[in-house]
Write a protein that binds this ligand. Sequence first.
Ligand SMILES: N[C@@H](Cc1c[nH]c[nH+]1)C(=O)O
Length: 371
Amino acid sequence: MQKLSNLLPEGFHDSLPPHAEAGSRLERDVLDTLASHGYARVSAPLVEYEDVLTGRMTGSAKSDLMRFVDPISQRTLALRPDVTMQIGRIAATSLSSAARPLRLSYSGQVLKLRSGQLHPERSRMQIGAELIGTDSVAAASEIVAVAIEALGRAGLIGITVDFTMPDLVDVLSAGPLPLSEAQAAEVRSELDMKDAGGLTELGATGYLPLIEATGPFDDAMAKMRAFDCDGLLTSRLDGIAAIAANIKDKAELTLDPTERHGFEYQNWFGFTLFAEGFVGAMGRGGSYEIPTADGETENAVGFSLYPSPLVDAGFSAKAKDILFLPLGHDSKIAASLRAEGWRTVAALSDSDDAATLGCTHHLDGKQPIAI
Ligand SMILES: N[C@@H](Cc1c[nH]c[nH+]1)C(=O)O
């Protein structure tokens, strides 16, 4: 007989009680928050044709896909790394004639080929909302506010929103601070490391002030205003400042204009969400374009939360009373107690023991009695 194994591929794990239930409660809480703001739920498959999926992706994320050949169609399939692009596909096809702005929400597992040091998991739960048809300040403010509310509903406190400008180097290098594509890539990575020496060595000293323009929002924004090259960035900065003004009572705000981590497709504005007591980001969002069937694009804003660290930290896990139903109990009484909210565990044989099975009460005739 084959030896029983509990070995799973690296980056995958089972979710056991009470975590699995806490995860679904958290998911429900977040989705309820999104629904209460008019975001209608959509559900997309875990797997798509690889070319359809990558056709909607930009940047290096394409090489981070889990792929396999479908024995039925003989085509290469890929597991989704991000639900946002699937929502874009749905908005551009099945829901192309739905009224705009279109508010959609989603939840599901996403998969990556490689796990990182910070994120050892290759499969993660992603929950999010996309607002399609506009990337106005009003739309962006709504998205950030709803994201903060959803995290609050999940029990988080001390939320920080870190704003970023994902296409900043593209805009500057195509205009006042010209760079070739290769140079732009180098400048981006020096900016990622906040390496002033590296930038100077590259001869990209024009980009140096960007390293300084990072930190608490007002201060960093003032530095960006001072840097603004001939007003090229003014409308972007105005937009971000207006979003910040709309949500400043709800969270701490910081600005990191060159932060790109995870911002593959966002354009003028992006944000990362942090919460007190957690090291990594809780989620991310921003503005982007959805390619449409007529070769045009449609503006959108959205966010995605990755709540697994919350579940691991015991958020949403509730200690529940569990009522043991002895053999021969009255099933009508048991049903009415369940209707009141009790969880019951029914004895199947004489040897079933209430305490061993984790029950907190047992049914004595009509009455639940604490054990
Ligand atoms: N899906 C993006 C975040 C996002 C949603 N909408 C726009 N941006 C991410 O996970 O990084």
